[in-house]
Design a protein around this ligand. Structure first.
Ligand code: GLY
Ligand code: MN
Ligand code: MN
Length: 463
């Protein structure tokens, strides 16, 4: 846990950003996997962690904006619980660790909220993303369950985004720890990328590293010799010479901060000439876009810069043609990079996505594009000191998408479909790093993970 002042300060700043009423944060509960007492790994809600820090189930937190009061609702454990789970601190002791004096049992929450609602007070809450929270909110606040989303507080969402977007020194330290675990995961994956190995052997090994050094992975591992499938969770292919393995994986620290790193490794340790050509283009996009990271720049412009670098590189190889600036303006490059350049990262790997992507990544000044490709950019707005974001350009050859666009005669001024036929078995390449925006520019977080052609070949060739 961070020092209790961190949580006190966060709640106090939230109160300053909001006008009036109460804020209700529901912690997560245990979720059954295949029968009630066999649960998934418990993961606390990130907003709850941010404002109330406590990392166990069956808790709620209330912040009373007008009366400057914080309350944690939760139950002390019974002797039965202690027999199964061991001794646990009391709720009072736990709450004191995050600077909260007042605690009440969970079964007082409904009565408390109904009392405040009866006085005409507003209860702010963030969008629930678990079915059981929707039902709980409905019951606690007297809202029909089908209408709960209509009562979500936009004022609260905006305040949380404002606070959580700027990472403090404790958070940056945690994220850096998560990247350092990812270093171990990725260099291990590189070493293991040998012909004959099954993807799941590598995926399982690196998931184990995350568990051993921090916590569970920050999202299900993407690892495949079919990197053209952007989020490929199938790990049953056997690695073969001539293929590349995309590994997109990160860890969560015990404090639940994430990393999210992607590397593309030549199976057997050497890129062939065709792979090297495309790899260098993606690497240039990754490095130049990282270089462009500084306060005041629109991340959407950096995303388009990546599009330009990729399209220019593909033009040099004869895969694209014509006026490249115009090709990118019209969105032709999205055949090869049909995703955004990056997203915020913190307690969630796609940080705060549960609050609504547009609140996190866009604002009055920067609206989301509707164009295929750029529309998928999760973070378009102006960068600020304290943001942590990913920079993850890629270049993919997706046979079904190529066939569709070719069939539609799409962007024939910019895409050389005849040449592209030769690349349909290529796969894909993505290179992703985690970057902090500083007052003067940026800092790539964590211990540098191999990524140049020479570094990748050296790391992949190691025994
Ligand atoms: N790990 C998924 C992503 O890079 O957004
Ligand atoms: Mn990723
Ligand atoms: Mn990412």
């Amino acid at each position: 846990m961070f020092p209790k002042e961190v949580y006190i300060d966060r709640r106090s700043r939230l109160k300053n950003l909001m006008n009036s009423g109460l804020v209700l944060f529901m912690g997560n509960n245990e979720a059954p996997m295949n029968y009630p007492s066999n649960g998934y790994h418990f993961r606390q809600d990130s907003n709850y962690l941010y404002f109330f820090g406590l990392d166990h189930d069956n808790l709620a937190g209330v912040i009373d904006i007008d009366n400057n009061l914080d309350i944690i609702f939760g139950n002390d454990l019974s002797m039965d619980d202690i027999i199964w789970m061991g001794p646990q601190p009391t709720m009072k002791e736990r709450a004191a660790e995050v600077g909260v004096e007042k605690t009440l049992p969970m079964d007082k929450l409904a009565e408390f909220l109904q009392g405040e609602i009866a006085k005409g007070r507003k209860v702010h809450f963030a969008p629930p993303y678990r079915g059981e929270h929707v039902l709980q909110m409905s019951k606690l606040l007297g809202i029909r369950w089908g209408s709960v989303s209509n009562y979500v507080s936009e004022e609260l969402i905006r305040a949380i985004v404002q606070l959580r977007s700027i990472k403090d020194k404790y958070e940056i330290e945690e994220i850096e720890k998560a990247v350092d675990i990812a270093y171990e995961m990725h260099t291990t994956a590189m070493r293991m990328a040998k012909p004959g190995v099954i993807e799941r052997e590598i995926a399982g090994t690196i998931e184990g590293i995350s568990l051993a050094k921090g916590g569970p992975v920050s999202f299900p591992i993407i690892l495949s010799i079919h990197g053209e499938t952007l989020h490929n969770h199938y790990h049953g292919n056997t690695l073969a010479e001539g293929r590349m393995m995309v590994t997109d994986a990160g860890a969560e620290t015990p404090m639940h901060y994430a990393s999210d790193i992607t590397r593309t490794t030549p199976v057997g340790g050497k890129f062939n000439a065709r792979q090297k050509d495309i790899y260098e283009i993606v690497l240039k996009a990754n490095m130049e876009c990282i270089e462009a990271n500084k306060p005041g720049v629109l991340n959407r412009d950096i995303h388009l810069q990546a599009g330009n670098i990729i399209a220019s590189g593909l033009r040099d190889l004869g895969i694209m043609k014509g006026d490249i600036a115009e090709a990118v303006r019209q969105g032709a490059h999205a055949l090869f990079m049909p995703h955004g350049l990056g997203h915020m990262m913190g307690l969630d790997v796609h940080d705060m996505e549960g609050l609504g992507e547009d609140y996190v990544g866009y604002d009055e000044k920067t609206k989301r594009s509707s164009q295929f490709g750029t529309a998928f950019l999760r973070l378009g707005r102006e960068l600020q000191s304290g943001f942590v974001l990913t920079v993850e350009p890629g270049c993919y050859f997706i046979p079904a998408l190529i066939d569709q666009w070719k069939g539609e005669g799409k962007f024939t001024d910019f895409i050389n479909y005849d040449k592209l036929e030769d690349y349909k078995d290529f796969g894909g390449i993505r290179i992703e790093d985690d970057v902090l925006i500083t007052d003067t520019g940026h800092r790539v977080l964590g211990k540098p993970i191999p990524k140049s052609v020479a570094e990748m070949e050296e790391a992949a060739g190691k025994e």
